[in-house]
Design a protein around this ligand. Structure first.
Ligand code: FNR
Ligand code: LAC
Length: 348
């Protein structure tokens, strides 16, 4: 019982990973203020539990994009998972499948989506799209993702350029293996900085509308912080958004996601499904996100800590830990069904 909280996996991963991989995973933008702020913003919100509401039978399931999820925690897309483990995305998929957690497969995966899914075929998969300057290739990626069995397209819109990555510059990494999405496109050392230069910095809302109408999959726009952009997402055909500041890796001092959420939920109404990530480390954080109107949450670094610490077992354990905490939170809040969480359990 040496690992009883997510922070234990963080320490374990830090001890095992080479310096460059650890810097890439743990780092944030510039002064890394957001990284801590995302976590702190969840912690700062107070809960207002109810009592004497029978909680012997609990139901953590939620509905996302018309599909029933066993619980509200998914694995966020994170690039180059072979930096964390030699089997990379395959082990991540096995761990997520075991914990019944949907996994969002990144464009910058070191394993092609079809091979990720083959490793854990019972899982639920989304594809995270970085829109490349090469639109022909971009459409190939969308079509491959759909044909492989991914059920949604998550278009990440907060990386026209990489943020100011101080830790990464001090400990330069190269991608540990080929990135099939960009096969043959990059000569010389495949650093994260170089690979992300293939991403189109001129992406616009018209592109989102095109992916939504022609991609054959529901589109979730990832990286929304302003309610004005939530409104535009509705107007351009998105099925949902992911409130995210990219885990504090892009624009330092951008708003913490827990604080960005309420006005976005209000702007979205029931026309857009709202998910969120950034700094989710405890079951109570999951409960707060749902109480504030999110359908589900994603975890980025914690899944990578589990992967680095113990492969698929570590991923499953990290997810099961946070889910056990969430289950206890439902009982202690007096709200046994996750779907019934609402603002009445949040202190003003
Ligand atoms: C990311 N993130 C990310 N997002 C994305 O859309 N595409 C990507 O390729 C990556 N790559 C990536 C690599 C690493 C190492 C990290 C830590 C993060 C962002 C990720 O999806 C998510 O938004 C954050 O990680 C959520 O914050 P937490 O859970 O890490 O605090
Ligand atoms: C990152 C990119 C690649 O955050 O999403 O490193």
């Amino acid at each position: 019982v040496s690992r009883i909280a997510l922070s234990d996996y963080e320490a374990d991963a830090a001890a095992r990973l080479p310096a460059a991989a650890h810097a890439y995973i743990a780092g944030g933008a510039a002064d890394e203020l957001r990284l801590a702020a995302n976590v702190a913003a969840w912690r700062a919100r107070e809960l207002l539990p109810r009592v004497l509401r029978p909680a012997g039978e609990r139901d953590p399931s939620v509905e996302v994009l018309g599909r029933r999820w066993a619980h509200p925690v998914a694995v966020a897309p994170t690039a180059f998972q072979r930096m964390a483990h030699p089997e990379g995305e395959r082990e991540m998929a096995r761990g997520a499948e075991r914990a019944l957690a949907p996994m969002c497969i990144p464009t910058l995966a070191t394993t092609a989506p079809v091979d990720v899914i083959a490793a854990a075929p019972q899982g639920e998969y989304w594809f995270q799209l970085y829109v490349l300057r090469d639109r022909g290739r971009t459409w190939e990626l969308i079509n491959q993702a759909r044909e492989s069995g991914c059920t949604a397209l998550v278009v990440t819109v907060d990386l026209p350029v990489m943020g100011v990555r101080g830790r990464e510059r001090r400990h330069p990494a190269t991608a540990p293996a080929d990135v099939p999405s960009l096969a043959g496109r990059v000569s010389g050392p495949a650093t994260p900085e170089r690979l992300t230069q293939e991403i189109d910095p001129n992406l616009s809302w018209e592109d989102i509308a095109r992916f939504a109408s022609d991609g054959g999959l529901p589109v979730l726009v990832k990286g929304i912080l302003s309610p004005l952009d939530a409104q535009l997402a509705i107007e351009h055909g998105a099925a949902g958004i992911i409130v995210s500041n990219h885990g504090g890796r892009q624009l330092d001092t951008a708003i913490a996601t827990a604080r960005a959420l309420p006005p976005i939920v209000e702007a979205a109404g029931d026309r857009l499904e709202v998910l969120i990530d950034g700094g989710i480390r405890r079951g109570t954080d999951v409960a707060k996100a749902l109480a504030l109107g999110a359908r589900a949450v994603l975890v980025g670094r914690p899944a990578l800590w589990g992967l680095a610490a113990d492969g698929a077992d570590g991923v499953a354990q990290v997810l099961e830990l946070i889910l056990d905490e969430f289950d206890r939170a439902l009982a202690l809040l007096g709200v046994p069904r996750a779907r019934d969480l609402d603002a009445t359990v949040m202190a003003p």
